[in-house]
Design a protein around this ligand. Structure first.
Ligand code: HEM
Length: 152
């Protein structure tokens, strides 16, 4: 009969010291730190959009245009986008690591998560910094512009 010895919970993973950056540890710390910052960003975002002034009734194209004309909200929204996407992506990676049974499936799923995080961060950042509520358009399309834009 064989017996198994189980190390005490706080025993280091290997007897030999591992080299290089411990990415899992930094990922773990990132989830906690970004979670705290996201609490402020997300609840600040919800409070300003849904409760201040006229509240939810005020949300329309002009409301978004107005917010994104202010560098403060551009930085706020970009930070929220980056932190939440990386937090959500890393959290999904953890779930895939826990449940995917084959290494190949794990690679495919983690690759798909990483790709969608990168694409959404790039697209979102592009929108926040290039958004122009009154773009220059040909005269026959001027009727498509919001009413607050100066006449072309
Ligand atoms: C309101 C602010 C938030 C806080 C305080 C927060 C906090 C946390 C913490 C501490 C963990 C690690 C849990 C663990 O390791 O057991 C976690 C995991 C996770 N978070 Fe968040 N989070 C927040 C917002 C978000 C958002 C906006 C998303 C989506 C974009 C998200 C998606 C996830 C996912 C998918 C996991 C992995 C769940 C798991 O391991 O079972 N979280 N969160």
């Amino acid at each position: 009969m064989t017996s198994t010895t189980i190390d005490s919970p706080r025993t280091p993973a290997g007897s030999a010291k591992r080299r290089g950056v411990n990415w899992e540890k930094w990922g773990w710390i990132y989830m906690r730190v970004s979670g705290v910052v996201l609490l402020v960003l997300i609840f600040g975002h919800l409070f300003v959009n849904l409760m201040v002034g006229e509240g939810v009734k005020a949300i329309d194209f002009a409301f978004v245009g107005g917010k994104w004309s202010d560098p403060f909200w551009k930085v706020w929204d970009t930070l929220m986008l980056w932190l939440a996407m990386i937090h959500g992506g890393n959290g999904m990676r953890t779930i895939v690591n826990d449940y995917a049974r084959s290494p190949r499936l794990r690679k495919v799923l983690v690759g798909a998560i990483a790709a969608s995080v990168v694409v959404l961060i790039l697209l979102g950042t592009l929108v926040v910094f290039t958004f122009d509520p009154c773009p220059v358009v040909p005269a026959d399309q001027a009727h498509l512009l919001p009413s607050f834009c100066p006449a072309p």
